[in-house]
Design a protein around this ligand. Structure first.
Ligand code: MG
Length: 397
């Protein structure tokens, strides 16, 4: 008997051990532009690899999470945040026999459309784009992978699978969804995305809540004493203190945070698996037809997570030092947008040409969208440099 072909072994391993309702190559809705199946990787491995090699991914290194990139080398950036999301999401996917490659792809891609300066950047760009159907970072992440990346001879964008695109588009208004074809349908029909997309969404929440505690403490904007009002923190902190009497603060904080993450992940896995067993979805299509997400925290944990979010919003994101940077960021982005929309000839030549063509084809909204793409694609430091070039009289242009 001859040995099975290597090709066969590789194909088989890509779905081995997956739950019947996990995303898989076999049940994928495919790519917008038809391509041959990859011979030695799964479809979602190929998507993940395309994300890692794209330029928007590299730029995440210099984009703000909460603290602006130049405020310190120890803080999270969008890149390290995305890697932490991927770590948490893959752990959950593996425990639940879901598709790890797809969760990794969605995690690494979920923030590709983020503007410089974090939420402040997105909010002000949305305001600038109000007359032109707004700016939303989830939609922009999809636009990056569908349109803006230019790497392949045969198509624009990265030509990712439907499941990766479905996961990247976390939220979307019904109005926008109507312009997006298949990937927008679930927002109109009120359906769910894959379990991999659902769990990555919550892994994102777990990652940022917990790393923002760490970064906030490190920056001295919040204190352990303040955090003792938050049950999620207090419970784990007290456990660590009981077990380890003489830990220094750094190790005490990290040990507490790692236990917080673990506690949330285990709660989520438990509750979600019960939900899945109860719903008995059978296949990924069965998941999509559910009226609400099956991946969830318990009610008790959900409330504690909300409580931590509220704490961070009040004590960290509204801290005067964060707000000062937010105010600067808003001025920079608004000034850049106004300058370019009033005179697109100020754009670098390549962007000016695209802007010109878009204006001819789509009118003022087309022009505005290209300017928003240009600004959203900037890193924090690039945006600051562009601002100086445009507005500092003695700065070299
Ligand atoms: Mg995120």
């Amino acid at each position: 008997m001859s040995a099975p072909k290597e090709e066969f072994l590789i194909q088989a391993s890509s779905t081995q051990g997956l739950a019947p309702y996990a995303a898989s190559d076999a049940s994928s809705h495919g790519r917008r532009h038809k391509e041959e199946a990859p011979s030695r990787r799964s479809e979602y491995q190929r998507d993940r690899d395309r994300i890692i090699h794209c330029s928007a991914f590299r730029r995440l290194e210099y984009k703000t999470q909460v603290f602006v990139n130049h405020e310190g080398d120890m803080f999270r950036t969008r890149l390290t945040h995305s890697i932490e999301v991927a770590q948490i999401a893959r752990t959950i996917a593996r425990i639940m026999s879901l598709n790890e490659d797809l969760t990794e792809t969605i995690s690494l891609a979920h923030d590709l459309g983020q503007t410089p300066f974090g939420h402040a950047g997105q909010d002000v760009l949305n305001e600038c784009m109000r007359e032109y159907s707004g700016f939303e970072h989830n939609l922009q992440s999809l636009r990056v992978v569908d349109e803006l990346e230019e790497r392949y001879a045969a198509f624009r964008g990265l030509n990712l699978t439907f499941e990766s695109r479905e996961g990247i588009l976390k939220h979307c208004s019904v109005k926008n969804a109507q312009t997006l074809g298949d990937v927008g349908e679930r927002f109109i029909k009120k359906q769910q995305p894959s379990l991999e997309a659902q769990l990555t969404n919550l892994a994102d929440t777990i990652a940022y809540n917990n790393h923002d505690v760490d970064d906030g403490l490190r920056a001295g904007l919040i204190t352990i004493e303040m955090l003792l009002d938050v049950k999620l923190f207090r419970d784990q902190y007290e456990n660590v203190k009981k077990e380890w009497k003489d830990l220094n603060d750094r190790r005490l904080i990290y040990e507490t945070i790692r236990r917080m993450i673990n506690h949330q992940v285990l709660d989520l896995v438990d509750v979600s698996q019960k939900n899945i067993n109860g719903a008995n979805p059978g296949s990924i299509e069965g998941i999509r037809k559910q009226s609400k997400p099956l991946i969830q925290f318990s009610e008790n944990m959900g409330a504690q997570v909300q409580d931590l979010k509220r704490f961070l919003r009040k004590e960290l994101y509204q801290h005067y030092r964060v707000l000062r940077m937010t105010a600067k960021a808003e001025r920079i982005i608004k000034s850049l947008f106004d300058a370019f929309i009033n005179d697109p000839r100020l754009l670098p030549r390549e962007h000016a040409e695209i802007c010109n063509t878009a204006e001819k084809e789509l009118g003022p909204a087309g022009k505005a969208r290209i300017i928003a793409d240009y600004i959203a694609g900037m890193t924090d430091r690039y945006a600051i440099a562009e601002y100086e070039k445009l507005f500092e009289p003695t700065h070299l242009t």
